[in-house]
Design a protein. Structure first.
Length: 283
């Protein structure tokens, strides 16, 4: 679990994890100043303090410290439903090529469907006989279970992207390495998001969407996305200006790290692109 300055949410999530029948070992990465209290919590978490905000990359640190073959991620506003982790482990045991399982996410006290559930369930990617669920190239990082070997082998979450829409690049890299990425709707996680401060996420998402294209997709596709962002910035869109500034700052490093996807993964990504154009969504 990664957490940053939300001690109340952190303790609520730890309470939920401690109550799970699986009693999973818990690793907390403190990206801020809120992880002092859980040291004596019944969940018995291992608390890691990198001394700075590591963003999504904190999950990489936790995975390196984990001693289990599978690692389930959550944030300080999300947790797993009872039995979900056992089911995930069984599926990963039964499907050796499976690298990541994306869960169905239920939001808030009313357990409403997260819109991402429908996007993932409608993935146009063809099914694989050796994988469960629906093949996807997207997921929610706060509600996924990874095969530790696959996750670390793919490099985990990108330091360059840091936070915000970091999932797509990891899905690409897992698929490029031959691992399966699947959505399994019978696997459920809960999410009760704290909306304070979320207004700043939009520019991060836009920045990282463009950077992900520069990192892995054909150059004309990346250039067109960058041009669209620049056009929005010119029209006075403040969020687009912030996103564009972030892209330009990180673009030299992205080009150094650029690695084209294998043809089979690029074809899958294009199939998803076509579906996103039609529906306005992405899986």
């Amino acid at each position: 679990m990664i957490t940053r300055d939300r001690p109340a949410g952190l303790l609520r999530t730890l309470d939920a994890l401690a109550a799970l029948p699986e009693r999973p070992p818990v690793i907390v990465v403190d990206n801020g100043t809120g992880a002092d209290r859980p040291l004596d919590h019944p969940a018995a978490p291992l608390v890691l303090r990198p001394g700075r905000n590591t963003g999504a990359v904190g999950r990489n640190l936790a995975a390196r410290y984990a001693t289990t073959p599978y690692v389930a991620f959550c944030d300080d506003d999300s947790w797993w439903s009872p039995g979900a982790l056992r089911q995930a482990a069984d599926l990963l045991d039964a499907h050796p090529r499976l690298g990541l399982l994306a869960a169905r996410v239920l939001v808030g006290p009313d357990a409403a469907e997260d819109p991402m559930n429908a996007v993932l369930a409608a993935s146009p990617l063809p099914g694989d006989d050796d994988l469960p669920g629906r093949p996807v190239l997207g997921f929610l990082a706060c509600a996924c279970v990874v095969r530790r070997e696959a996750f670390l082998g793919a490099g985990g979450f990108s330091k360059l992207l840091f936070f915000g829409g970091e999932e797509t690049l990891l899905a690409y890299d897992l698929a490029a390495a031959g691992w399966g990425v699947a959505y399994e709707p019978s696997l459920t996680a809960r999410h009760d998001p704290d909306h304070s401060g979320r207004e700043g996420r939009g520019p991060l998402m836009r920045r990282n969407e463009v950077l992900t294209l520069w990192l892995r997709r054909p150059l004309p596709l990346a250039a067109r996305a960058g041009a669209r962002l620049a056009a929005d910035a010119v029209t006075g869109d403040a969020g687009a200006r912030r996103a564009l500034g972030g892209v330009l700052l990180r673009l030299p490093a992205a080009l150094v790290r650029r690695r084209r996807l294998p043809d089979r993964v690029e074809r899958a990504a294009r199939l998803l692109d076509a579906g996103a154009v039609a529906t306005g969504e992405r899986s």
